[in-house]
Design a protein around this ligand. Structure first.
Ligand code: PUT
Length: 298
């Protein structure tokens, strides 16, 4: 019996540091994904420009814009409505004196379903996000789109199984992670791509949901306060199935439009019959609410 069929897509491209060029590229690839039958199309994190968090420069705060009336969100709302597709739109949000790494979820009729603000903010060489972003205050959310209930989290959030579980517990049927990750300026020998993939494959398998990850490619060189810094983003955008299996993957250099379909009713039956949501023991998980692992139950 045919169930609820949904076609998901992950886009991957190299960003320039020019907003209109990048938004045009995103639109071209969204149209290509729609041409391949996609219903929900994921664009990579902060696709309007270079990944500016390589540097701590006060001028980069000027890249932030308020959520309401944001020109890229408005343009993607028009595009979503024209094509009848769902588009999560990642952007650098200014909210009075706060700043967030945010994503607006645009439904297939162009309606804005609301905002998720990145919860886990990384810091370290090349990825100095704490300089720019307040930790998100929305909590983990589920968005009821035309095609599926979706959970959307952002980049560093993807390393935390708690975030994935929280979204699926609330009914998310597919998880989406827009990302910006690549080389590590402090260690040329460190390549995290396989680790990065396996962690998210684990979220898919542990929660029995498909998962879509979209990452940028390309070398970006940024003038920092200590001279130039560069990151080569490794792409490898992928779509995983509900046992964590990789179904589609892109390479580490090329632009890509990945597309895969899933039957959400079949997956739902498998998720329920496997029993992990029946056998959870939230009464024993209070330690997860501590930072230091001290067990409030002892
Ligand atoms: N996008 C954050 C990645 C951090 C890698 N060290």
């Amino acid at each position: 019996m045919e169930g609820r069929r949904v076609v998901v897509s992950a886009l991957q491209f190299a960003c320039t540091d020019d907003v209109s060029t990048n938004v045009n590229t995103a639109e071209r690839l969204v149209r290509a994904a729609h041409g391949k039958g996609a219903n929900i199309i994921l664009i990579q994190e902060l696709f309007e420009g270079y990944y500016f968090c390589q540097a701590q420069r006060e001028g980069f705060f000027q890249r932030a814009k308020p959520y309401k009336g944001h020109p890229t969100i408005l343009r993607m709302q028009k595009l979503a409505k024209e094509l009848g597709v769902v588009i999560p739109v990642s952007f650098f949000e200014e909210a009075n004196n706060a700043h967030y790494n945010s994503i607006a979820i645009i439904d297939a009729d162009g309606a804005d379903l609301g905002l998720y603000r990145k919860s886990h903010i990384p810091d370290g060489p090349g990825y100095q996000e704490k300089f720019y972003f307040n930790p998100g205050d929305t909590g983990f959310k589920v968005f009821h789109t035309k095609f599926a209930k979706i959970g959307v989290a952002i980049c560093w959030d993807q390393w935390f199984p708690e975030a994935a579980r929280a979204m699926v517990l609330q009914g998310a049927e597919i998880l989406f992670y827009p990302t910006a990750i690549g080389s590590e300026p402090q260690d040329t020998g460190l390549d995290s791509r396989d680790h990065w993939k396996r962690v998210m494959q684990g979220h898919a398998g542990a929660n029995l949901v498909p998962l879509v990850a979209s990452n940028r490619v390309g070398k970006e060189i940024i003038e920092t306060e200590h001279g130039k810094s560069e990151i080569t983003f490794y792409g490898n955008s992928f779509i995983a199935g509900p046992t964590g299996e990789i179904i589609e993957t892109a390479d580490d250099k090329e632009e890509a439009v990945l597309v895969t379909h899933f039957d959400l009713d079949v997956i739902k039956s498998k998720r329920h019959s496997w029993g992990v949501f029946r056998d959870r023991r939230p009464d024993l998980y209070k330690v997860l609410l501590t930072l230091d692992g001290s067990n409030p139950q002892l």
